[in-house]
Every structure is written in C-alpha cells, then in structure tokens.
Write a protein that binds this ligand. Structure first.
Ligand SMILES: [Zn+2]
Length: 594
C-alpha cells in the first residue's frame, strides 16, 4: 500500500508539474505610432484551459517609493481566445483585469500603453526611441509572479538596437527571457539607435547604452567606470552579476538614476562630461547606482523583496539602503582618487549643511522619513523643508558615524565595509532574505564590539547630531564658520518674487508671510524680478530690524511688519583638530585613504 500510495503521489506530482510546465506567458511589444508615444502590447497565455484569471499591473517601481498608478496609461484592453473568439475581460479594480480562458486554454490580451513621461522609472516613446520601464508595460497573472516569461520586441523599422539586462532567447530574434516576473519588472528595455560600448570590470561584462547625443568620450568613461566598479566590488569581495547594463539617457539638463538587479537607468545632461565638476557628479551617480547592486538589490530590508506590487511596501530602513549608498558613492569617489582628501571633506560638510539648516531635521526622525517616503519624500510640498528630513543625506551621515565609531572601537581593524560585507554574506548569500532593523544593529554591534545605541538615537529621534564626538576619532572637527556672527533671518525662498517656502522660526514665519504671496516692495523700495534689490535690502539689514513688506495675496495688497530674528543656520567646514594624536591620525588615514 505504502509503495502504491507513493507511486500515485509521484504520478499526481508529475502530472501537476507537466500541467504547470505547459503554462506559458509571453509578450510581444510593437510600435505602430511611436510619434504619438504608444506601444502595442500583446500578452499571450497558453495552457490555462477553463480557468478564470486575474491579470494585474504593478502600481509602483521598486527603488522609487511612490504609487505611480501605471495602469492609468493603458487603453483598449481586449482579450481573445486562440481561435480568435472575443473573451470577456472585466476590470475589477484599478490594476486588475479578470478574464476567462477559452476552451483551447489560450488567451491573447492586447492593450496599448501611452508613454510620455521622462524619468528613470517611467516609460517614454517618441520617433527616436522607446524606453520601456517594465512595471508600467507588462501585466502578470495574479499569484504567478514566479512564472517565467518571454518578451519579443517588434522594433520599429528605424531602430536598430535593443539594450536590456534580460537574457536573449537563443534562436529567436529580439526575444528575451525572464525567469520570473520580479526579474522582468527589474529589467528596463531600451529600443532605438543608442551607441553601445562594452568593457569588462571585476570579471563582469558591462554594456553601456548611450541614448541621445552627449559630449562623452567612451574610452575615458570605460577607464573611469572600471575604477568605480572595482572599488565597489572590493567592499563586498564578490560581484554577483555576469553581465551588467547601463542605460544612460541624455537630456538638456538631467540627473537621477534607478537601480536594478543587473542594470541601471541614469539620466545625464548632454554636456555634463565637458565640465569637470559635472563629470564628477556623473561618476558619483554611477558609483551610487552601482553600489545598489549589493545594497538594496540583494542586501535588502524585509519589506523590499519579494515585493507587493499592489501597494506601498513600508520600511524604516531606507537610511541604510539609500543613505549608506549615498555615503559610499562619495567614499568610492575618494577611494578611486576622483576626490582628494579636502574635496571629500567638503562633500561631507555639504551633506551636513542641508541637514542642519533644515527645520524638518528636528521634526522628523530618520526612521519615520523612510517609512513615510511614499507620502512625504516623494510628494514634497511647500512645507516639506519644515517637516521632513532626507534619508539620503542624513542616512549618509549616520553611515559616517558608524564608520568612525567602528574604526575607533576596533583600533582601525574594522569599519563600515566589514559590517556591509557581513550583512551581505549573512542575509543575501546565506539566508537569501531581507534583514530587519534589529538585525542590522546587531551585526554593526557584533563587528564593532560596542553598542550603537547612541547612533540609533539619531535614527529614531529627531535630535541634533553631535558630529564632533565621532569626527574626533579621526582627529577632525566640524566648525560653523558663521558662529559668532549675528545674521538676520528673513526666511523665504522666492520664484519671480512669489514666495515658495517660508522657513520655520524665521521672521517671515513669525510675521505670517504666506507661500504664494507676491513680494512687491520692502521699506518702500520696489523689488525687481532679478532679486537684486531684495538682496541689497537683506544684506544691509541687522538682527532686530523691522521690515515693512508690501505683498499681494490673492490679488489683495497687504502690508506686513517683519521683525528679523538671528539666523540659526550654519556654514559648515570639517578640518583637522589642532594637535591630532598618533591614534587619531592612524584612523584618519584608514578612513580617508585611497
Ligand atoms: Zn539610490
């Protein structure tokens, strides 16, 4: 009996797995009207005989924490059976379509996608190229995220190349394979006439797709990008990819990037390569997105993979995933020699400045900044400066504190690199799961051999950081160059004399100047559009002065008396302490060395 039962069970399992294996999902993407910014998508499902299926489209893209409602760009969704019979397809919520398979088990779902939003996480199509951001292009079958898919690109006649991190299907032209939908959604596709160049770095083949004209020199880029990739790989000791694709879009002005498992999409200004600082900015972006190969794409907080594509995925640890990546993008630029020691220290001071000078720093904690990314960081408004803090720059500073504390506690034998590597080895390589906030803290404490409670207070509470307590480990100090000066704080930012922000605690805040007020005159002097007159008045003003400000608010002229308090804003610089000890110099050397 026992043997027979096992045989039967095996038989059932085999039949089920054959039925599973026969299920096939594939896509064809065509471009009949690229000038009007459309792609035509056909999703073909086979082996689904007699089943009712829910087809879904993600509403957000991992790495960019905002609900973007991608299905809003879909139109003309229809379904037919394999024999061409029309099938009913009903929308049951904003991102789900219900369809019943015909008798032949095949369903062809057709829809058009409108794509005209320029960003690294949204699709864009015009007559020159198509950038397909997959979360807004491909539907998946509910509860079948793990199923493989094939994508065939029916390219436009004028376009010659396709660049993507997806694997090619052998023997099928312009056809790509994704082992599951997480991979498909993580693999943007560029179709057009991009210039492509290749190089090998850290044993990985890298492909760079340059979209649109740009003043780059590919030989210099190959050399410089190799340095960054090698330094990033050194932190973790292993580069998990065999192949990696950079898709770089050039615009009149641009920036930003989005990380993927084995590719990234970057936006760059066409002429960024001509100016040395602009070029350093570009390389910093390369370093940032490349560091994500490990930090966030593989070593990730629990809620960031596997993903729920239907709604917000909340995490309190973006200050590690994004902030530490921001810390390392600068550190890698130092280690590759693109920054000398002084420029690197300036870059850190430039991270401290916007944190310390932002009212929101003492209102929102770093962990809450991460949790609320969906409704705050990605949806800034006129009051954000007063209520929020960025997990990018403040997270980078926490990375620096942990680095300096670990170096001190281990006499320079361990640092943040070792914590990141240990986390990667444990939670990605060994366990292949996300980590919790407590697990990160435990690992940091294990490697450093000391408590990190003091630093976590800066993460979980909106309290001012005592930078010098940590900088002194490396014989450095932070100074405020404005200390001792009494500078009046009017406290508005303007666009064409219209108020765009009012900072908390400033003269404008106390007197009730509003965002959207138009400033017309101060103390009887008409303000010009250039802002020069305002600058003249504010430069000659002193703390305690009263300004008579004439504003237009919703078409009504008002006079507002503004009394100027002293500004609490600083102008920060990091420098060596006067007489650093040998121990301090040793730690400084390890911290800042190439
Ligand atoms: Zn990032």
């Amino acid at each position: 009996m026992r043997i027979r039962f096992t045989f039967l069970l095996l038989l059932i399992m085999t039949v089920t797995s054959i039925a599973q294996a026969q299920k096939k999902i594939s896509f064809e993407v065509s471009f009949k009207e690229p000038q009007a910014h459309y792609a035509e998508v056909q999703m073909e499902l086979s082996g689904f005989k007699g089943e009712t299926l829910d087809l879904k489209m993600p509403v957000w893209s991992p790495g960019s924490y905002l609900i973007r409602e991608y299905p809003k760009n879909l139109e003309s969704v229809t379904a037919t059976s394999g024999s061409g019979k029309q099938l009913a397809i009903d929308k049951i919520n904003k991102n789900t379509w219900r369809v019943e398979a015909g008798d032949d088990g095949r369903i062809l779902v057709n829809y058009r996608v409108y794509a005209f939003e320029v960003s690294v996480r949204t699709s864009f199509i015009d007559e020159s190229h198509a950038f397909l951001s997959p979360t807004g292009v491909f539907m998946y079958v509910d509860k079948m995220i793990d199923h493989p898919a094939e994508v065939t690109i029916n390219s436009h006649a004028n376009w010659k190349r396709i660049s993507t991190g997806l694997e090619k299907v052998k023997g099928k032209e312009n056809t790509y394979y994704a082992s599951d939908f997480d991979i498909l959604f993580d693999s943007p596709i560029e179709v057009g006439n991009q210039e492509v160049f290749e190089f090998t770095a850290s044993g990985v083949k890298h492909e760079v797709a340059m979209v649109g004209a740009g003043s780059y020199d590919k030989e210099i880029l190959k050399k410089d990008m190799t340095k960054i990739i090698d330094e990033a790989t050194k932190v973790f000791g292993v580069n998990p990819n065999k192949r990696y694709v950079f898709i770089i879009h050039h615009f009149a002005s641009g920036g930003g990037g989005l990380e993927h498992l084995n590719s990234t999409v970057l936006g760059a200004s066409r002429f960024t390569y001509e100016n040395y600082n602009g070029y350093l900015g570009f390389l910093g972006l390369v370093a940032h997105e490349y560091f994500h190969v490990w930090n966030v794409k593989r070593l990730r907080p629990v809620p960031l993979g596997p993903f729920n594509y239907d709604e917000e995925n909340y995490t309190t640890i973006l200050w590690v995933s994004e902030g530490f990546t921001a810390y390392y993008d600068n550190l890698l630029m130092r280690r590759t020699g693109f920054y000398d020691e002084n420029s690197y220290l300036k870059v850190i001071a430039n991270d401290i400045q916007p944190v310390e000078n932002r009212g929101g720093n003492l209102v929102q904690s770093l962990s809450l900044s991460s949790f609320d990314a969906w409704i705050k960081q990605y949806r800034p408004d006129e009051n954000s400066v007063n209520t929020t803090i960025s997990y990018y720059n403040k997270g980078a500073l926490i990375g620096m504190l942990i680095d300096l504390k670990t170096l001190q506690a281990t006499k320079g034998t361990k640092r943040l690199d070792d914590i990141m590597k240990a986390m990667y080895d444990e939670y990605y390589t060994k366990l292949d799961r996300g980590f919790t906030d407590a697990e990160f803290k435990n690992m940091a404490e294990k490697i450093a051999g000391v408590s990190m409670d003091d630093i976590y207070e800066y993460v979980n509470e909106a309290k001012p950081i005592d930078y010098n307590f940590y900088l002194k480990n490396a014989g450095m100090e932070l100074i405020d160059q404005l200390e001792g000066y009494s500078i009046p704080d009017f406290g508005v930012s303007l666009s064409s004399n219209r108020v765009t922000t009012v900072s908390r605690g400033s003269g404008a805040w106390d007197a009730g100047i509003n965002v959207r007020d138009e400033l017309i005159a101060i103390n009887g002097y008409r303000l010009d559009e250039s802002g020069r007159e305002l600058e003249r008045i504010l430069t000659s003003a002193k703390v305690g002065d009263q300004l008579e400000v004439l504003v237009s608010r919703d078409g009504i002229i008002k006079t507002i008396e503004v009394s100027l308090p002293a500004s609490k804003k600083g102008d920060y610089l990091i420098r060596s302490v006067e007489k650093p000890t040998v121990e301090q110099l040793e730690i400084r050397n390890i911290w800042l060395s190439l």
